[in-house]
Design a protein around this ligand. Structure first.
Ligand code: NI
Length: 192
């Protein structure tokens, strides 16, 4: 999820139109300064839709297609799929910590190294789709219960600083759509 915070320089080619940045098919994320209750509802809805959208965008892909990097030098489709619950499990835990402790300290994790662990490179995607279905069921049940005051609760992230739950919901609403779009864009380019 933190890819967006560490943009790498891109080569400049003045002869051609700039390529779309394949890393950010829906654009980079930036934290909103303020979040309305209506926006919160939209974030929750987008988080709720993520498991079904991820399942749908994988529909009909072969094992070989799952081994294709979503962009040159990027994660394979399989790694992208396993990354989503890895990231969202961390987020789910952060929500619970922030609701039960005062400004708990949260440690970032090295998502690229998680994605290189054997299971993330090789395990069937169905495992992570099922995990994501159940994880989001719990997460959405929690989010649906939050009061205005709960949404303002915060955690302190080792890299991001103080983050409120409503701003964190914005990040994860974006995050699911971001990775689904990686796979959708690859399918478009490959004619799959
Ligand atoms: Ni991510």
């Amino acid at each position: 999820m933190l890819e967006s915070l560490n943009p790498r320089p891109r080569p400049v080619n003045l002869k051609s139109m700039p390529d779309p940045d394949l890393r950010y098919p829906i654009g980079k994320f930036s934290f909103p300064t303020a979040v309305t209750p209506q926006e919160r509802d939209e974030f929750v809805e987008q988080i709720a839709e993520t498991p079904a959208r991820l399942r749908a965008v994988l529909n009909g892909l072969s094992a070989e297609q799952l081994e294709t990097p979503y962009r040159p030098g990027g994660w394979t489709v399989r790694q992208v799929v396993h990354h989503v619950p890895d990231s969202h499990m961390n987020s789910y835990v952060r929500f619970r910590l922030a609701l039960t402790e005062e400004e708990p300290a949260i440690k970032g994790y090295l998502e690229d190294r998680w994605a290189e662990l054997s299971d993330a490179r090789t395990a069937p995607v169905d495992i992570s789709l099922a995990l994501l279905d159940n994880l989001h069921s719990r997460w959405i049940a929690l989010l649906a219960s939050l009061t205005d005051r709960d949404w303002k609760r915060t955690f302190r992230h080792s890299e991001l600083g103080l983050v409120s739950l409503e701003r964190n919901a914005a990040l994860y609403a974006w995050h699911g759509r971001h990775h689904v779009a990686h796979i959708a864009a690859l399918r478009d380019r490959m004619g799959w």
